[in-house]
Write a protein that binds this ligand. Structure first.
Ligand code: SF4
Length: 65
């Protein structure tokens, strides 16, 4: 399964990713990824969030496990 992260230094807390995928992203005082791994049915929403993020702060993480 895939993993995703938010690069906090790039995040401007606009909330777009949370609006698209509230199961995955929680944006309040901090930018959090709620799920350890992203199931295949959520991958499309994460992809949409990556495209919508104005600062390209969301990245897939290589999972070598
Ligand atoms: S869409 Fe990008 S900039 Fe906006 S809150 Fe999410 S990670 Fe941060």
């Amino acid at each position: 399964m895939k993993k995703v992260k938010i690069v906090e230094e790039k995040c401007i807390f606009c909330g777009q990713c949370q609006a698209i995928a509230p199961e995955v992203f929680k944006i309040e005082e901090t930018a959090e990824v709620l799920l350890e791994t992203i199931s295949s049915d959520l991958e499309a929403k994460v992809e949409q969030s990556i495209e919508a993020c104005p600062t390209e702060a969301i990245e897939w993480v290589e999972d070598n496990s």
